[in-house]
Design a protein around this ligand. Structure first.
Ligand SMILES: Cc1cc2nc3c(=O)[nH]c(=O)nc-3n(C[C@H](O)[C@H](O)[C@H](O)COP(=O)(O)OP(=O)(O)OC[C@H]3O[C@@H](n4cnc5c(N)ncnc54)[C@H](O)[C@@H]3O)c2cc1C
Length: 395
């Protein structure tokens, strides 16, 4: 495993850092900005930031130039994300499109599909959502019931999706449907690229306890999808889905976990707040807990470096994406919850209250439960780690 970055990579980091520092938008601060359920002005600011990143040549860094990317190396992408995280800046407005649909299109799409969809994904012109989960199919996605029946040149789609992030903003959906109900469940699924303005598509936002409404129910009633919008071979949707999820887990673990940044916030809270009449950082129990978090953040970082070294040696992402996803989201969740210990009653104040602490902690605390559910629950990641990495028998 490599611990050091080369002089060339450090020079690249300096270039990224200089650009981000010069171009970062003043008011766009996480976590406010990385919530996709905010009001319209906030969404517009996020879109503007995405476009600025794209114009600066920082979106889809590893994508081929013909699709609007920079053909940069994987390590350059990682350095860029680290620097973005250091400044607390969000990844743009089309996260799912860039980390999931884009790579899936490159792997499974026809040349015509790649030419049509990829560039508007990284430019942020066309927002994509991921239509996987249904009321009876979340952890067990092979149980998807949404039906698509071929009728002439179109698939006719009927059924319901749920928890579909950003569907209320999306122009397109990467949709997983059942095309053959008479074969074992993993074998009769297909993936479709669906225009969200198609007649028969109804999107209903779901409001969360945090006040955000970032995800939705989507109802499909006799929606006609041209058959050229099939992604990958018919009835091979399970393979498309597994590879798409792998990209999501890597994205969540490496891009959105943000545990180093969160640790810095916890240290700041310990400096700014008092416990039992003394600064919180003087309390031995607080110091020990923060030291424990710091050890775990470091362990996560080095474990991430091990899989990074593997990727740089040309090996594909494997089941260790599950380790990265599970460890970074569980650790971040524990750190967010620990903030309540440092903030005391102030943790209960809403962002706009006069005495609310900086950082929108109430929203973060309420929203953090979802971290270990979205993208596959921790229990499901543990099953994958047990079976595919440790070689344990299926439970
Ligand atoms: C913020 C957020 C955003 C999301 N965005 C999207 C999106 O854009 N598109 C999309 O399609 N979905 C999305 N989801 C849905 C998400 O993928 C599912 O919620 C998740 O996979 C769990 O499925 P479920 O909710 O149906 O729970 P269930 O599968 O019903 O699980 C219920 C409980 O049982 C446990 N469990 C289930 N099976 C097993 C097992 N085999 N072994 C051990 N324990 C098990 C789970 O860990 C969980 O605790 C999102 C969810 C969240 C929270």
């Amino acid at each position: 495993m490599d611990f050091q970055y080369s002089a060339e990579q450090e020079a690249y980091r300096a270039k990224v850092r200089a650009w981000l520092e010069a171009n970062q938008p003043g008011k766009l601060e996480a976590p406010d900005a990385d919530s996709m359920g905010g009001d319209d002005p906030q969404w517009r600011r996020l879109k503007d930031w995405h476009k600025r990143l794209y114009k600066g040549g920082w979106m889809g860094l590893t994508w081929p130039k013909e699709y609007g990317g920079q053909q940069a190396s994987f390590i350059e992408q990682v350095i860029f994300q680290q620097e973005l995280g250091r400044l607390n800046l969000p990844f743009g407005c089309n996260v799912l499109g860039v980390i999931m649909t884009g790579p899936a299109l490159m792997q499974w799409g026809t040349e015509a599909q790649k030419a049509r969809y990829l560039e508007p994904i990284i430019s942020g012109e066309e927002i994509w959502c991921e239509g996987m989960s249904e009321p009876g199919a979340g952890s067990d996605l092979a149980n998807i019931q949404m039906r698509a029946v071929l009728d002439g040149d179109n698939f006719v789609v009927n059924g319901q999706k749920v928890w579909t992030t950003v569907a209320h903003r999306a122009q397109f959906c990467q949709l997983f449907v059942r095309t053959d109900p008479d074969v074992p469940k993993h074998k009769g699924m297909s993936a479709l690229l669906v225009d969200m303005k198609s007649p028969g598509v109804t999107v209903k936002p779901l409001k969360q306890i945090s006040g955000d409404a970032e995800f939705n129910e989507i109802f499909f009633e006799d929606v006609r999808v041209p058959k050229e919008n099939l992604l990958g071979p018919v009835n091979m949707g399970w393979q498309v889905l597994v590879s798409t999820l792998m990209h999501e887990r890597i994205g969540i673990g490496e891009t959105l976990g943000g545990s180093e940044q969160l640790l810095r916030h916890i240290v700041d809270l310990a400096r700014q707040n008092h416990l039992n009449g003394k600064p919180a950082y003087e309390d031995p129990a607080v110091r020990q807990q923060i030291a424990q978090f710091a050890c775990e953040v470091a362990a996560k970082k080095y474990s991430g470096m091990r899989s990074l070294t593997k990727r740089l040696k040309g090996q594909p992402p494997g089941a260790e994406a599950s380790i990265s996803k599970m460890v970074s989201t569980e650790l971040s969740q524990r750190m967010v919850k620990y903030a309540t210990r440092l903030l005391g009653e102030y943790a209960l104040l809403e962002r706009k209250s006069p005495f609310a602490p900086d950082g929108d902690w109430l929203r973060r605390i309420l929203a953090c439960e979802s971290m270990t559910i979205a993208g596959g629950t921790s229990a499901v990641q543990r099953n994958m780690i047990g079976e595919r990495i440790l070689g344990l028998p299926k439970g």
